[in-house]
Design a protein. Structure first.
Length: 257
């Protein structure tokens, strides 16, 4: 079997395992927190998702493209991408809770938005490193890192459901899982490339000029797929109504993946 076929099979296996963990976590959230709690959780994370797309802005795909080009200085490109991603993630994932503070009726979702912002910050950093492994067709590390993150989140949510039954604590479980993923990816990447922060703004300009069309298309696609939850919330729909809608959509979303 070719290396490409093995990598493809590994990715497919990882997606299948992701469906298992996703459905398991979804069931636990609904079982312990009910439709209303799941509605609050869905609204908060959907709100943060839009800021995370601005953070990514196509950089994940651009990373894989740039470091795979013939004659590319992988260390220089990745070090600048690393710095750019950390800076942009800090700015926009801080803006998420800051802007949410001024939203009407934010008492329930604000704590979850704060925790969710940390989750998406870790996720944004770890996603950037995937290109390093795609280039080498070494996908064991990213697949295991993602599965470890999902498994830890599932176990954490189950533990919270059996003990405190706090939505904030359940959201922290996702943040801890994302932290595990970024640590695995960072260590594995550093073993292949000596990473450091680089501030070559001419390269930053080139990166942004190449990534913004991708990022813009991703943003509008997300608006089409996820904007409905925020529209329902803005229209004054109850958490129970949003929970019913979000639960039904989540099943379709997981199976589509």
């Amino acid at each position: 079997m070719s290396t490409l076929a093995k990598s493809s099979l590994l990715q497919i296996s990882g997606k299948l395992a992701g469906i298992f963990f996703g459905l398991g976590t979804f069931y636990i959230l609904l079982h312990f927190f009910g439709t209303e709690g799941y509605g609050v959780f869905t609204t908060a994370l959907t709100y943060v998702t839009f800021f995370s797309i601005v953070v990514d802005f196509g950089l994940t795909i651009t990373t894989a493209q740039m470091i795979a080009e013939k004659g590319a200085d992988e260390k220089r490109i990745l070090s600048n991408l690393f710095a750019l991603r950390v800076v942009s993630a800090l700015i926009f994932m801080t803006l998420a809770p800051l802007s949410a503070w001024f939203l009407p009726g934010n008492e329930k979702i604000f704590p979850l938005i704060c925790i969710g912002s940390a989750t998406y910050f870790f996720g944004a950093i770890s996603q950037m490193f995937i290109g390093v492994f795609q280039k080498r067709l070494e996908l064991v590390t990213p697949v295991l890192a993602e599965m470890g993150s999902r498994a830890l989140a599932l176990v954490g949510v189950l533990f919270v459901g059996l003990t405190t039954r706090s939505l904030a604590h359940a959201t922290i479980a996702f943040a801890v899982g994302a932290l595990l993923q970024v640590l695995i990816m960072l260590v594995a990447t550093h073993r292949r490339i000596s990473l450091r922060f680089s501030w070559d703004f001419s390269l930053w300009k080139e990166i942004i000029s190449r990534s913004w069309p991708i990022g813009l298309s991703i943003f509008f696609n997300l608006l089409y797929l996820k904007g409905d939850v925020l529209f329902l919330w803005a229209m004054g729909k109850t958490d129970v109504e949003i929970g019913h809608y979000g639960a039904a959509y989540k099943v379709v979303d997981i199976l589509t993946m």
